[in-house]
Ligand binder design. Structure first.
Ligand code: ADP
Ligand code: ZN
Length: 616
């Protein structure tokens, strides 16, 4: 099938092969001139939904965004991808501001990010009124609703700003907050016209959810961190005191920990945040004040030291893990005391946003209801992911196989040897037979369909003692996880998948989950803790090379003065290690490498890979 022009833009600029669910619909509607309200969780990929229309449209797109750090990261990433963009906020001095606005007036940017407070500044208005504004994007759009978590009065003036423009642009709004009340508030208050409302992609399959009820939380936390040395993560606590206490304990225990809460000075908050973003601090201990707009992609765990107030907040915070698509853990440490503390906080909150006491009472009731719902999350024995997704209005399957409740009923087994046998059999069969033939050959079938073409002479004939059914299960699993490919023909044929090479040559181990009840059927290699296994599975791919590439990435990041993840995501490094590109063409086949990145530093990565290959 021919790629659409949207897909081409995705590939050229961002280096990705295909859209995630919902993205293309939103882009197509935006380009057709329809307003859009996109509700997708953190990490689902909202940005490209407005960035692609922005760069494909004639004029300029104004993006209203509430946070300086968010703007900076997005703009750096755009520039790295070869897209002209700039931001306007209080971090610029007068001279810089004048320069950016001057460039903007001259039409040099496709996207201009702006803080809501700046919309009515005279020089900004001058620019906006004289420019050809093709689209206005409101990021974190829930900030306009008093029912959202972070109401920002300056968002309320956005419609007034739109009225000042000579021509009403397409308006697109994005948020991760999903409650129906907030959704309709956004559409009403922003004055969206017959908007396409799309709720999608709340599932984050790479996140493993877990609830623990430890007697001693600190001991539990230390044990969890001990298994994750060298990895980056966030520990959320409900109060500033707890943050200080836990951070000090972690430092004592030898961790590069930092802290963040509203009680610290601006300078310390800022410095600590940078330490975390730039990988100087591995663990950030913080209240929920930390993280909105933290676009750090390689956070591999988020641990909640206390139960948060509601599922919305929890999912948003937990969702900061694994934004690069790598496996990541979201662990909630529950204690009954957390419920009492939260109840007290709700009952004693003095929220000045709501003038009359009736409204205040309603908000308290709503908060108590939400508190009950997250308490149920901590209590349920059913699938945690399913609980969350149902909460957000999706209809997920009953089990996910990747949360602590599902994992209790599933067991992870090492199927590396089986996988190797299957892959070499597919290879020996010249990647031109279907699943049944592969199974028959592996099982040493004497049937004529095997012997007539002489397939019983293959070295992989009869090397498996597993049952046909088990082999089929394993093959299906290998197709799902990218070790094998099944062609879309009428008689589908099995081929080696993109991950096959690292199993056949790179020593990558393959793990598969099976229901516990079936344990006796399959002979297993000793079981390890799931998180350790998953780490091993991805680190095992050319560990050396990965370290080299990481070093190179850090070097380039330093040269350019941006965080490492703005240069390349971890998932891009992983893909690079699996594909081992040696030409520019092959490099462009790596997920996350667009034309601009290939031009700017692709050569240096190719060089590093070829040095590595030669040194083996
Ligand atoms: P959000 O704004 O929804 O929190 P982002 O827009 O920051 O999420 O996207 C999260 C990550 O997913 C980013 O690293 C982004 O580059 C990546 N991403 C977005 N769309 C795709 C896609 N179609 N294929 C692969 N990765 C994608
Ligand atoms: Zn589950």
């Amino acid at each position: 099938m021919a790629a659409t022009s949207f897909e081409q833009a995705l590939k050229t600029y961002f280096g990705y092969d295909s859209f995630r669910s919902g993205q293309e619909v939103l882009i197509a509607d935006t380009m057709a001139g329809r307003d859009v309200l996109g509700i997708m969780p953190t990490g689902a990929g909202k940005s490209v939904c407005f960035q692609i229309p922005a760069l494909m449209s004639g004029g300029v797109t104004i993006v209203v965004s509430p946070l300086i750090s968010l703007m900076q990261d997005q703009v750096s990433s755009l520039v790295q991808s070869g897209i002209a963009a700039a931001y306007i906020n209080s971090s610029l001095n007068e001279r810089q501001m004048a320069k950016v606005l001057n460039n903007a007036v001259n039409g040099e940017y496709k996207l201009v990010y702006v803080a809501p407070e700046r919309l009515f500044a005279q020089d900004f208005l001058n620019f906006a009124v004289s420019a050809d504004v093709s689209m206005l994007t409101v990021d974190e759009a829930h900030c306009i609703s008093q029912w959202g978590q972070d109401f920002r009065p300056s968002y309320a003036r956005i419609p007034e700003f739109v009225q000042r423009l000579p021509r009403r642009p397409v308006i697109t709004a994005y948020t991760a907050t999903a409650t129906p009340r907030v959704r309709s508030d956004i559409a009403d208050l922003l004055g969206l016209r017959d908007p396409r409302v799309l709720v999608s992609g709340f599932d984050r399959p790479n996140l493993c959810f877990e609830v623990r009820k430890p007697k001693d939380k600190l001991a539990a936390l230390l044990a969890l961190l001990d298994k994750r040395r060298g990895k980056t993560g966030i520990v959320y606590c409900s109060t500033r005191n707890t943050v200080d206490e836990v951070c000090a304990k972690l430092k004592n225990a030898g961790y590069a920990a930092s802290r963040y809460h509203a009680g610290l000075s601006d300078t310390e908050r800022h410095d600590n945040q940078d330490d975390f973003l730039y990988d100087h601090a591995q663990v950030m201990v913080a209240t929920n004040a930390f993280g909105m707009g933290i676009d750090k992609s390689n956070v591999s765990f988020v641990i909640h030291y206390n139960m948060p107030m509601n599922i919305e907040g929890y999912y948003q915070e937990a969702g900061r893990a694994g934004r690069d698509g790598e496996p990541a853990d979201c662990i909630l440490l529950y204690a009954a005391k957390d419920v009492r503390t939260n109840k007290w906080l709700i009952e004693n909150s003095r929220d000045n946003t709501y003038a009359d006491s009736a409204a205040q009472q309603r908000v308290k009731q709503r908060d108590i209801k939400r508190l009950n719902e997250i308490s149920l999350y901590c209590a349920t024995n059913d699938c945690l992911r399913s609980y969350i997704l149902s909460y957000f209005g999706e209809t997920p399957p009953d089990t996910c196989g990747n949360c602590s409740n599902c994992l209790r009923s599933f067991k992870t087994v090492d199927i590396t040897v089986d996988a190797q046998k299957i892959l070499s059999c597919v290879f020996r069969l010249n990647e031109s037979y279907g699943m049944n033939m592969v199974v028959s050959v592996l099982r040493g079938s004497k049937s004529e369909k095997v012997t007539r073409p002489g397939l019983h002479r293959l070295s992989t004939y009869g090397i498996s003692e597993k049952s046909d059914k088990r082999l089929q299960e394993i093959i299906n699993y290998m197709i799902l996880s990218g070790y094998l490919r099944k062609t879309a023909d009428k008689f589908p044929v099995l081929q080696l998948g993109e991950r096959a090479v690292s199993v056949l040559r790179g020593g990558e181990k393959v793990f598969m989950k099976i229901a516990r009840a079936e344990k006796a059927v399959i002979e297993t290699v000793p079981e390890a803790v799931p998180s350790v296994q998953r780490g091993a599975a991805s680190d095992g791919i050319n560990g050396d090379l990965r370290a080299r590439l990481k070093e190179l990435r850090l070097k380039i990041a330093h040269e350019q003065g941006v965080p490492a993840f703005v240069i390349l995501h971890d998932s891009t490094l992983t893909d690079m290690c699996a594909k081992l590109p040696t030409t520019r063409e092959e490099l462009l086949g790596v997920s996350g490498i667009g034309q601009k990145k290939a031009d700017s530093y692709g050569g240096r990565f190719l060089q590093s890979i070829s040095e590595y290959l030669n040194s083996r």
